[in-house]
Design a protein. Structure first.
Length: 291
């Protein structure tokens, strides 16, 4: 049996996540302390105590989810798996876990990413929504006809779309007319993985210029290609690319058995990816990391 560590993205957060680990495990405590130092902010206090509206700010929640995920990994003492993968910001966590990025650099990059995404689009101008019950090709056609983008191809029948508010609202109506079970906005402060994030991509290119990305100990199954990636320059380009293009999670999971992977182990708050895996590929056993 060959396993892969998978790391969640935004939406998995909750106030108090990781607090018990911080209080009871020295390796986990060191992760939170290092992230606080790297950001020159007591982010751990917001993670453990809230308030929720402050935790969910894009610039806070991205390094927060990463910190909890890495704390869980290091507290477990588990050896890195032959491959790693992450959903959206989870790619940064995966690269940190595989030794391609230092923990401090990962925290600073995710703070920069969150700030860049927030500043790229004036509040209220964009919208992100989930479409349930339609196949990816139908949703792609609807997005093309309404000038918005597929943000996440999560699983069969679950696709997230993003873009200008009016365009996404029109696409939601079109999806319902096409037979979608549900089409509803998501509580995100910014439109994600769409063309509106082009200014953020430019900012992240600048932020990544000063960061060393090493060859990961385990290949990353990329959100960009849904295939294994190890070259640091290709990884850097993929991290920039994912800001303006959709996350190919369904395809990434479908590719895993061909790499000899039989089991996904989700590391981080929540269990979103563990829930998606069996819907995508019945060959894979999906579970959460046990600490």
């Amino acid at each position: 049996m060959s396993s892969i560590f998978v790391f969640p993205g935004q939406g998995s957060q909750s106030v108090g996540m990781g607090r018990e680990l911080y209080e009871n495990n020295a390796a986990a405590r060191a992760v939170f302390d290092e992230v606080d130092d790297a950001l020159n902010q007591k982010l751990s206090d917001i993670i453990f105590n809230g308030p929720m509206d402050e935790l969910t700010l894009t610039a806070n929640v991205q390094p927060a989810i990463m910190a909890v995920s890495i704390a869980m990994l290091r507290a477990s003492g588990a050896a890195i798996t032959p491959y790693v993968a992450g959903h959206s910001l989870g790619e940064y966590t995966a690269l940190c876990a595989a030794g391609a990025l230092t923990l401090a650099d990962t925290a600073r990059l995710l703070r920069a990413r969150g700030n860049a995404m927030q500043s790229a689009v004036p509040v209220g101008d964009g919208l992100t929504a989930v479409i349930l019950g339609l196949d990816i090709e139908t949703v792609r056609t609807i997005c093309s006809e309404n000038d918005c983008d597929v943000a996440n191809d999560n699983s069969p029948g679950q696709v997230v779309i993003s873009g200008p508010r009016d365009a996404v609202e029109n696409a939601m109506a079109a999806a319902k007319s096409a037979g979608a079970k549900r089409a509803m906005p998501l509580a995100l402060s910014v439109p994600v993985h769409c063309r509106m994030q082009a200014p953020a991509a430019d900012q992240m290119r600048a932020a990544l210029e000063g960061i060393e990305i090493k060859t990961p100990q385990s290949p990353l199954i990329s959100n960009k290609t849904a295939a294994a990636m190890t070259d640091p320059d290709e990884i850097k380009e993929a991290l920039i690319y994912q800001l303006t293009h959709g996350v190919r999670w369904r395809e990434s999971v479908l590719a895993m058995p061909s790499l000899g992977i039989t089991e996904t182990i989700e590391i981080g708050p929540g269990s979103v990816l563990t829930g998606l895996t069996p819907r995508i590929c019945s060959e894979l056993n999906a579970k959460k990391l046990e600490i």
